[in-house]
Write a protein that binds this ligand. Structure first.
Ligand code: AMP
Ligand code: ZN
Length: 460
């Protein structure tokens, strides 16, 4: 069955065909590690995980690369303001290197809790300074750069189709440039290398052919994707905010140096909003996955909540809808658990499900097929096998889930221990009486080779 994906570059649904035989190259722009990820960021990573799982479901072997932006992303997303890392360092009183490490770990932990498959390759911008410098030299040699007092810039007017991804009206921007563009020649020009401010030592800075400084934000992705996936690879993803600036500039850099397109497909996840407003990491107060966990939610309820909307639709977060997802997840988990051993996958439903995921990752409809299987009158082992098969894409961890063990009160555990003691001393009547006392309190002891196991009669 063919897989169709929406490509932002051509603004159309296209049939996916891999460029190489051995792997599908997938590059997903990773986090800027100056703070925790918010649940909006995580929506984008969930969409990308669904994409990867769908490719694998279709039999492709995926090579997934994710970068970690630990330098160069300035507060404004353009080339002004402080570096987010240095600002984060001031906020926390830790070094920029320390916070990069700390928030990278926190991010990986979030991915794990959401059942997001780990990328095959993680790459940090600060580990690839030489590659970035080499790429800037290549762009310079082809005549696309100019030097200003604060850095080396890309001259976007030299690239005829600059801004095509975002359908930017470059001339309109130029004519109406009221925004302060400083010394830049054109509003869309951007920094490839920034100089450390004179008389100031940055925590993160390197020597370069142009002077001591640090790379611009966009160059890392062009350099690292080429290193790990080749200069023209299959799919590049990110959130929709990356279309007009970050991805537009990645494309410009690669085209300038290599004369080829960067990726065959460009895919973008739409934003999560909270109370119809954009959520931003820099605004201080924001919802983290941990916030949800602290309120008693299972992280996978958030994953299921995200799957309830198509990735190309805005999604508004409310606690009521998260509650709804939590209830659905709970029911599905319990059902799948109770169905016992899996049998064969139902071919008809498998076909329907595949049709939906292969139709540009239509998860709301794929979920509808899942609920239909759950409600169907197919034998339980078939329902189970079919839903576990779907779970390869859904990633809800349905196969591993077990009902939580009921908490056994201390007083009951004490009785169990006394009974065990009585049994080991062969005081059988006393052991029996204790068993009855435990049963009267609503618990049951079972003697297993590993020792006594106690469970609540209510949870059966
Ligand atoms: P950042 O760590 O800020 O570089 O962003 C990490 C990823 O999250 C990028 O792919 C962004 O496009 C994406 N993103 C940022 N805000 C949101 C949001 N509110 N909803 C969905 N994705 C977002
Ligand atoms: Zn990127």
């Amino acid at each position: 069955m063919s897989l169709r994906l929406y490509d932002t570059y051509t603004r159309s649904l296209r049939e996916f065909q891999p460029l190489r035989e051995d792997y599908v190259g997938l590059y997903t722009c990773g986090p800027t590690v100056y703070n925790y990820a918010h649940i909006g960021n995580l929506r984008t990573y969930i969409f990308e995980d669904i994409l990867r799982r769908t490719l694998e479901f279709n039999g492709y072997s995926v090579k997934h690369v994710m970068n970690i932006t630990d330098v160069g992303h300035l507060v404004s997303d353009a080339d002004t303001g402080e570096d987010k890392m240095e600002k984060g360092s001031r906020r926390t009183g830790k070094s920029a290197w320390e916070i990069a490490e700390f928030y990278s770990q926190a991010f990986r932990e979030d991915l794990k809790r959401l059942n997001i498959l780990e990328p095959h390759i993680w790459c940090r911008a600060t580990d690839h300074i030489a590659e970035q410098i080499a790429l800037i030299q290549c762009i310079e040699a082809k005549g696309y750069t100019y030097r200003l007092s604060d850095g080396i810039y890309f001259d976007t007017s030299k690239l005829p189709d600059y801004g095509y991804l975002a359908r930017l009206d470059v001339e309109g921007l130029q004519a109406g440039a009221r925004i302060d563009i400083g010394e830049k020649r054109h509003p869309t020009d951007f920094a490839l290398w920034k100089f450390s401010p004179s008389g100031q030592k940055r925590q993160m800075e390197w020597d370069s052919p142009w002077g001591v400084g640090f790379p611009g934000w966009h160059i890392e992705c062009s350099a690292m994707s080429a290193k790990y996936l080749g200069v023209f690879f299959d799919i590049h993803c990110g959130g929709e905010d990356h279309i007009p600036v970050h991805h537009t500039n990645e494309i410009a850099q690669t085209e300038a140096c290599h004369g080829t397109r960067l990726a065959n497909f460009w895919m973008h996840g739409y934003f999560l909003q909270v109370d119809e407003e954009k959520m931003s990491k820099s605004s201080g107060e924001f919802l983290r996955l941990q916030t949800l966990i602290d309120k008693g939610y299972d992280p996978l309820s958030y994953r299921l909540f995200c799957l309830s909307a198509h990735y190309r639709a805005k999604l508004n977060f409310t606690w009521e809808s998260l509650d709804g997802a939590a209830i659905s997840l709970d029911r599905l988990r319990n059902q799948v658990y109770e169905w016992g051993e899996p049998g064969d996958v139902d071919a008809n439903y498998a076909h329907q499900f595949t049709e939906q995921v292969n139709d540009d990752l239509n998860m709301p409809r794929a979920l509808a097929v899942t609920w239909e299987v759950a409600r169907s009158d197919l034998p339980a082992p078939i329902r189970k096998a079919t839903i576990l098969y779907f779970d390869r894409v859904l990633g809800l961890g349905l196969g591993d889930w077990q009902p939580p063990k009921a908490e056994i009160p201390e007083s009951i555990l004490a009785l169990v221990q006394q009974r065990q003691q009585a049994r080991s001393e062969k005081r059988w009547a006393e052991a029996d009486a204790l068993r009855q006392q435990i049963a009267a309190a609503g618990y049951e002891v079972e003697d297993t080779p590993q020792g006594p196991r106690v469970k609540s009669k209510k949870s059966e």
